[in-house]
Design a protein around this ligand. Structure first.
Ligand code: HEC
Length: 389
């Protein structure tokens, strides 16, 4: 992902006995996930035909005959910027059903939206609401847009497959040794149904021999493309091609000193229990491998999203990442890190989230240190930063 994730060369043999520890840890995490699983299953399959009847009786006055909004002349209210047009796939597909359900049950303010949108939790049954959502889903007729349910919580290192519109400020601070931190300013923007552009600017601040040094590192420009996604199976696969021109000061250790190409593939899987796993696998290919070695990386994030209020409330996503990096040098060993973390939604609209974790070297640990990792992200397509709290 960025240059700081790389390792230096010359590692001793792997720490013995780490694998049983790793396996034990996995078992604990997975059983915790299974115990607290909240099923996505419906007691009855949602019925879009009945949903249309609900829509015609309760929603049409404001949302209009076709879901694009009633004529402004027939409605009293001033339309908020976020007023939905349910026929526009670009607006509707990123929203998972659960967000719409929170809005319909609790009204606009329940999801940080306008009070004009009434609460229907007392008027409609749970099934009616599932049915009307199924009907709303028939209004976007292009099946190529990946659905927001597959937009899994962002892990700190492992990159997801879903194309995003977000801004992330992510920092990693050394937990021991000389103080130092890296802050990444990451902008992601989607184009059409399946493409995303990413720019990642790292800023380094380090105590080097009792002198503070700072500067930018190598900037990543990445283009992601979704190859395949299916809400039915809960899967999404994407590829990304990235290029990192040597914008950093490599003499101070803030960059590779040569242009690096970074191709990778991401594959994410959501299970019915709301447990999920994200894989990312790729390579860092500096043009001049004498300046910086070529390497492979293989990352996994395993997690679970929990929320109260029948899953409509604040979302907590405990997860753990397993991060492997290996230089493409003779006799190089693979570095493994484990990164337990917790992501939580802050705003009611869930467009502001934070994540805090600790990255611990696990195998091949010599010369590497732990890191405290944190990010705050803003899904700017869902509204301004200060709106929707
Ligand atoms: C009194 C007018 C009114 C009625 C009746 C109404 N809505 Fe809304 N609805 C709105 C407004 C206005 C918004 C936009 C709120 C905002 O963006 O701040 C909205 C937003 C929504 C959203 C959120 C969309 C998004 O992009 O997050 C959903 C879902 C929704 N309405 C569904 C329904 C359903 C289903 C019904 C009928 C059961 C219904 N509405 C009835 C006015 C209404």
């Amino acid at each position: 992902m960025n240059w700081m994730n790389r390792r230096q060369s010359g590692w001793p043999s792997p720490a013995g006995g780490s694998w049983p520890r790793l396996a034990g840890f996995l078992v604990v995490v997975m059983s915790a996930a299974a115990l607290s699983a909240q099923t996505l299953k419906y007691t009855k399959r949602p019925d879009a035909v009945h949903g249309e009847t609900v829509y015609r009786s309760g929603c049409i006055a404001c949302h209009g005959d076709r879901g694009a909004g009633a004529a402004p002349t027939s409605t009293e209210f001033v339309r908020p910027d976020t007023f939905p047009d349910f026929t526009r796939c670009d607006q509707t597909t990123p929203e998972p059903d659960i967000n719409w359900k929170a809005t319909i049950v609790h009204g606009g303010p329940g999801f940080g939206l306008s009070t004009i949108m009434p609460a229907f939790g007392e008027l409609l049954s749970d099934e009616d609401i599932n049915d009307v959502i199924a009907y709303l889903r028939t209004m976007c007729t292009n099946p190529h847009w990946p659905r927001g349910e597959l937009n899994l919580p962002r892990a700190i290192v492992t990159e997801k497959a879903f194309p995003e519109d977000e801004f992330v400020l992510s920092t990693a601070a050394n937990a021991s040794g000389a103080p130092g931190f890296t802050t990444d300013y990451i902008h992601e923007q989607s184009f059409g149904a399946k493409t995303q552009l990413e720019v990642d600017l790292p800023q380094h601040d380090e105590d080097q021999n009792h002198q503070w040094q700072n500067g930018i590192g190598d900037i990543t420009f990445g283009l992601k493309r979704v190859l395949w996604s299916s809400l039915r199976t809960g899967s999404i696969v994407a590829v990304q091609g990235g290029v990192l021109p040597p914008t950093g000061d490599s003499k101070r250790g803030f960059g590779a000193g040569t242009t690096t190409f970074e191709p990778f593939v991401s594959a994410d899987q959501l299970f019915r229990t709301n447990t999920w796993v994200q894989f990312q696998m790729g390579a860092e290919l500096p043009v001049d491998p004498k300046k910086s070695p070529q390497s492979l990386f293989y990352y996994t994030a395993l997690g679970q999203t929990l929320a109260g209020d029948h899953r409509l409330g604040r979302q907590w996503s405990p997860m753990v990442e397993f991060l492997a990096n290996r230089d493409l040098l003779d006799g190089a060993k693979t570095d493994w890190d484990v990164l337990p973390e917790m992501q939580v939604t802050l705003s009611k609209r869930q467009h502001i989230r934070v994540d805090l974790g600790y990255r611990a070297p696990f195998i091949n640990t010599a010369g590497r240190q732990g890191q405290v990792d944190f990010y705050i992200l803003w899904d700017w397509a869902d509204g301004k930063f200060w709106e929707g709290w």
